[in-house]
Design a protein around this ligand. Structure first.
Ligand SMILES: Cc1ncc(COP(=O)(O)O)c(C=O)c1O
Length: 429
């Protein structure tokens, strides 16, 4: 038994499932105890057994400046010394909102919350308040948090209403959600035409992060924007993973702009945060100005806000994104070469410093494609990489994320591990 095994056994007696978020368990990679991490610094995680891992998990997205970045640590220390929670306005919230608005001009008005879930959840309420309508449209495989309305999967066919994806979600809620395959313009048009009179909004991850990194095909976002604009139905971009991940701000998407944006993860610099915002006219639905209620005891707390500001300082330095892109490009090229050498077909979807390795040689443009990638191969690869000091996310649907702390040294170590791990996958087939 390792110390990680011991901690997991002990955790299971008090924390349900031994983890505080189900994606941290190793259920999707054949089970076993997750590695218990004692500390994290730069591009590395250190476990309770004294092992070091190159980290590509990046805490599922928020970590982009590396762990324990001194500038972020200092900002949080200062915030704590000046009072960790006030319950009245502080200058930091306004300064941060101004900074976000400068980077993302679509954010005409902003409100800070505590998680990505809260940000999306509130936007659905705001859109309902604004339109007076109830149904929402979302895309299969996109994840938007864990509240009822988005824990809904599609039935069969392009315009079917949802069925609950989780126990405890009422049918009556699932029935209000229309789910459409991602990157399928024709299905979107059919579903939209059928439900447009009842739709309060269309909600999308404009670049998907939750069934692997998947970019929109040309014309997809354009079609959604054109149709929603014509009918006055708000278009919501869920940028919880993507904001500031690929560039400073959000991706350009050929200038296809949303009405509302949900954010989280990176903008908290590793502390809990969410934010939502967009068109002033729609945001004026929110209390105290309007009738849509949303509140939060911890919202806009100085530590999260100042950690987020410090993180943006790091990201605003010259050459940050080109460098992550260059390292990720090298990883992509070399992983493809090494897999080929091992006789394993893989497909890599990459955008800047984030990418997903799918086991299979088919293109991945939607959730069904991602589901078809080989789960068993991924599970073997994941554990082989872990044994060689590289910590990926324990699911074939997640991304590898680079941080500003990754250098050629970590990339070379990763590739060495990958060469042996691909061979291991091949030999187990
Ligand atoms: C696109 C997207 N939206 C919303 C969420 C929910 O954010 P949180 O986990 O902070 O509640 C996530 C979390 O992974 C996400 O990836």
């Amino acid at each position: 038994m390792t110390q990680s095994d011991n901690w997991h056994e002990r955790a299971k007696n008090v924390i349900i499932g031994g983890v505080n978020s189900p994606s941290r368990s190793f259920k999707a990679v054949g089970g076993g105890a997750p590695i218990t991490i004692e500390k994290a610094e730069g591009a590395y995680l250190y476990d309770v057994d004294g092992n070091a891992y190159v980290d590509y998990l990046a805490a599922y997205g928020p970590i982009i400046a590396g762990h324990a970045h001194p500038h972020i640590v200092e900002a949080v220390q200062q915030a704590m010394q000046q009072g960790s929670l006030i319950g009245a306005p502080t200058p930091w919230e306004t300064l941060f909102a101004e900074r976000l608005q400068k980077a993302i001009p679509e954010l005409e008005r902003i409100r800070f919350v505590n998680s990505g879930t809260e940000a999306v959840m509130t936007l659905l309420r705001v859109a309902r308040a604004y339109t007076g309508k109830t149904k929402i449209m979302k895309f299969a495989g996109c994840y938007h948090g864990h509240f009822d309305q988005v824990l809904v999967a599609a039935g069969s066919g392009p315009s079917s209403l949802g069925t609950p994806d989780s126990a405890g979600v009422p049918e009556s809620v699932a029935n209000q959600v229309v789910t459409v395959p991602y990157n399928d313009i024709a299905s979107f048009q059919v579903a939209f035409a059928k439900h447009q009179d009842d739709l309060a909004c269309v909600l999308i991850e404009p670049v998907v992060g939750n069934f692997g990194i998947v970019s929109p095909i040309p014309g997809f976002l354009e079609a959604i924007r054109e149709t929603t604009e014509k009918t006055g139905i708000p278009l919501i971009y869920d940028e919880v993973i993507t904001a500031f991940r690929f560039r400073f701000g959000i991706v350009d998407y050929n200038a296809v702009k949303p009405d509302l944006i949900a954010m989280g993860k990176i903008i908290g610099g590793g502390l809990p945060i969410g934010a939502y915002g967009g068109k002033r006219e729609i945001m004026e639905q929110v209390a105290p100005l309007g009738p849509a209620y949303q509140a939060g005891t911890l919202a806009g707390n100085p530590a999260s806000i100042r950690a987020g500001m410090a993180c943006l300082d790091v990201l605003e330095a010259p050459n940050v994104y080109p460098q992550m892109n260059a390292l990720a490009e090298k990883l992509e090229d070399e992983l493809l070469r090494l897999a080929k050498k091992s006789g394993l077909p893989i497909t890599i979807n990459r955008l800047g410093g984030g990418f997903t390795v799918f086991f299979g040689d088919h293109q991945v443009v939607n959730y069904e494609d991602a589901k078809r990638s080989d789960s068993q191969d991924f599970a073997v690869f994941f554990k082989a990489m872990l044994a060689r000091g590289v910590h990926l996310a324990p699911s074939k649907y997640e991304a590898w994320f680079l941080t500003t702390a990754h250098t050629e040294k970590e990339i070379d170590k990763t590739l060495e591990a990958a060469e042996a791990s691909f061979d291991e996958v091949k030999s187990r087939k």
